[in-house]
Ligand binder design. Sequence first.
Ligand code: NAD
Ligand code: ZN
Length: 360
Amino acid sequence: MTHKNFKSIEKTVFGRGSFNQLDEILEPKRTLNNAYMVFIVDHYFKGKELESRLPVHEGDLVYFIDVDPYEPTTEQIDALRDEILAKKGLPSGLIGIGGGSIMDIAKATALMLTNDGSSTLYQGLNLIKKPGVYHVGVPTISGTGAECSMTAVLTGPEKKLGLKCEWTIFDQVILDSELTASVPVDKWFYTGMDTFIHCIESRDGILNNAYSMAYGEQSLKLCRDIYLGENAGQSPENDDKLMVASLMGGLSLTYSEVGICHALSYGLSKIFGEKHCYANCLAFQHLADFYPEGVAEFKTMLDKHGIVLPKGLSKNWTDAEITAMAHVAYNLHHMWNHAIGTDWKEKISIEFIEGLFRRL
Ligand code: NAD
Ligand code: ZN
């Protein structure tokens, strides 16, 4: 057995107001390549106070990107890369400010600026040939762990799969939970539940180990404070905690693996374009036979925050759609292997997974 040997984020700053240090952080990098920076910012912040706080210097490029309703695509990354290179050549660095979608767009674009051809060529593990440009992640909604993961998930014409390698990891992350204060309650819930589900899936599978558990358990404890504790709900204190929980949930996964909920969620995203965190919630509520304790807790959290998830969705799906989703899910072998065990192929079939989708 080969043990995982992974790179971490090079530098991390944590604290309310730490976004103000971005200019100073970028300063020593500004002489690299063609001496300009690219800011990729969630469209939500256009015209908001944060726009005026971006440390934009003369010659920098700023893109506001609308991440709704679809997840980042290979086509979108290729077009953005081509546009940046055509405008000004290779930048010194790239800064992503937003949620998981922007984190992934920033990571993928940083890599694709130095790797030729379409990003579809690099969907998978260690397919990227050259390190990308310096890249910084500034999460503005907590939960996905995309700020610390070594993958930039993209939906392509054939697959939803990440550009996964050491160079994907951010050189710098700024964890300033003040930036998450404006997240609406439903998105706060769904995205935070991604962290919760990461921890449950990381724990309940064969790859769990003392290292992944240490991060996962601490992250779960924080999730319980935030969603079930005496002071549950959105608050500066809980925003701090969720930002750390997201990071730790992600680190837990890096050394373990996600499971059945994520396999189903990928199917929902690929076939219906459902957003990752919401798709996870749609699936997780029906997985009590795999994750009894986790699903029970999840339902308590739904009730506490008055979140109602739709049921009976599969009534409106065709057999072909269900089969297509089941194939997407089945092909995530590593997730089934972790959740079910090395003999998973004897227990899990396409028909079985179709049955799981029919529960929704
Ligand atoms: P997101 O980036 O898609 O954003 C969700 C919504 O929240 C958007 O409408 C956005 O405008 C809004 N938003 C963000 N910050 C806000 C703020 N401060 N105030 C108000 N609104 C704000 O959401 P997400 O759930 O963080 O990310 C989902 C994406 O992350 C998916 O594309 C998924 O594939 C990806 N993902 C990646 C990884 C990874 O390891 N790379 C892991 C999990 C998910
Ligand atoms: Zn997830």
